[in-house]
Ligand binder design. Structure first.
Ligand code: ADP
Ligand code: TRP
Length: 321
């Protein structure tokens, strides 16, 4: 099975990114044909500072590799190192009804949050469709927020195939209900745009500070507490197996639990979980040329597949004359 997904290098990676997408991708490399890329073109819809984008791209790549992505077992590259995806975006644009894009929540949400209502942001799902269709992807692991974009990609693929024959594989989203939405500090979806994240790679002091900011209800210490509407419980659960989760649940149901104590435990759990990855990431970032070489080799592997798709698309659509 061919599995593909991408992540934007537009800010610090957080627990939502890790449990919603990165961990699943890394697990897939053992069994599946894995395609994973750093979506730096997409990041340009929210980031115009070139230095920040270049730095973020290397950091995102180092993070993925440090967390266990193996460039030998997968195809791992930076989106803009395969610029043919822009040509495909144009082709697909001609099979993208305006109404399909106008219905996308993500565009409306981003504009509401202060994003610029420009064509890049509006056409973002078409570029995402090109990423997916270029590599004939079968499964696309993403968080729930990306589900609609997958539907757009499928719609475009069907329209294109109706015109030209079976050019594209129709992709399926892979959304794991267990961790479909990781809550942030305030209980809304954890997202860098809400400023409610717990970041994967930061020093202990900053991490502790984020964990201590998790919002809790005002139930007094001497009363039993409800784990099911508690943000600490939801986030802590991501790190626990069924038995430990049940254990924690019982502690909530027993009067006397202090949220401050659970936060301290959660801080230590996150710190210890990511510590080895943090060291590895620092090592990778200390040698950016070697990192660039790894990414160039990945882009070369991606080229072979992209070339095949583009040859077919150019021929069918009459660009080859
Ligand atoms: P953000 O919302 O912080 O901007 P992105 O949109 O860059 O995050 O998301 C990158 C990937 O991580 C996507 O596949 C997305 O679905 C997943 N993801 C992001 N936040 C969460 C979350 N809170 N829960 C689950 N998955 C998430
Ligand atoms: N839009 C995705 C996000 O913000 C990133 C992305 C770009 C992507 N291209 C993709 C995800 C193709 C899956 C497949 O998270």
């Amino acid at each position: 099975m061919r599995v593909l997904s991408g992540i934007q290098p537009s800010g610090a990676l957080h627990l939502g990114n890790y449990f919603g997408m990165m961990q699943k991708m890394i697990a897939h490399q053992e069994q599946e044909e894995l395609f994973c890329f750093i979506a730096n073109y997409h990041a340009q819809t929210s980031l115009s500072d070139g230095k920040a984008l270049a730095k973020g791209t290397l950091e995102a790549a180092a993070s993925f590799l440090a967390l266990g992505l193996d460039p030998e077992k997968s195809v791992f590259w930076v989106q803009s190192d395969r610029p043919e995806v822009q040509e495909l975006t144009w082709m697909l644009s001609n099979f993208t009804p305006m109404g399909l894009l106008e219905r996308c929540h993500s565009y409306k949400d981003k504009v509401t949050q202060g994003g610029k209502p420009n064509h890049g942001l509006f056409a973002y799902p078409v570029l995402m469709a090109a990423d997916i269709l270029m590599f004939q992807s079968e499964k696309v692991p993403v968080g729930k927020d990306q589900k609609q974009h997958l539907e757009v990609a499928r719609d475009i693929a069907v329209k294109f195939n109706n015109e030209y024959g079976e050019v594209f594989t129709i992709p399926e989203p892979e959304i794991d209900d267990d961790v479909a939405t990781v809550p942030g500090l305030d209980g809304r979806k954890m997202s860098k745009s809400y400023g409610n994240t717990i970041d994967l790679f930061q020093d202990d002091k900053a991490l502790r500070k984020q964990v201590m900011r998790i919002v809790t209800d005002p139930t007094p210490v001497e009363e039993a507490k409800n784990p099911d509407n508690c943000n600490i419980f939801q986030i802590y659960s991501l790190f626990l197996d069924a038995a430990d989760r049940e254990n924690l649940r019982q502690r909530y149901l027993t009067p006397g639990l202090r949220y401050g104590d659970v936060k301290q435990e959660l801080f230590e759990t996150i710190r210890d979980f990511f510590a080895p990855f943090r060291d590895k990431r620092e090592e990778l970032l200390a040698n950016p040329d070697s990192l660039r070489e790894t990414l160039a080799a990945g882009a070369e592997k991606a080229r072979r597949i992209a070339f095949k798709t583009m040859q077919k698309v150019r021929k069918k659509s009459g660009l080859r004359y």
